[in-house]
Design a protein. Sequence first.
Length: 177
Amino acid sequence: MRYNPEIHHRRSIRIKEYDYSQPGSYFITLCTQNRECWFGDVTDGKMRLNAYGQIVAECWQWLSEQYAHANMDEWIVMPNHLHGIIAITADGRGGSRTAPTGPVKQKPLGRLIGAFKTVSTKRINQMRASAGVPVWQRNYYEHIIRNEEDLNKIRQYILENPMKWAEDTENPNTVGV
């Protein structure tokens, strides 16, 4: 089958003309490929990470270690998705491939998410001996956090996510929600 831009065009869900490298806080949701539950289980309202879930948690924290302008706020790894708040700051430092001399353009949100997906997928695929197999869906959900009230509501949502897993639409065992 030949490429047809009318059929194969993916509409971006990002805001046109918005600079996703500027300082601000962003609520992110990433789902696994086919919403497979690869990262552990929710038991008694608490998320219990398995080895793959541990890798995802480590790689999420790695982002803020690797990129000084990316700070992880509240976040949680669920059986088949991750919710997190990334605060992008204006500290002027670059990423892993930049020299610390002079001002450097910071990685925008999409590139940060791409780095996370690349690193976590590589580590998970090494563990399960399945090179090249996708772990994450191609896209992700993002919401620009506009004020303190919005931030606090999202933090609460993230914290309560495991307790509400039985009703979560991402839970493959949820019926009729």
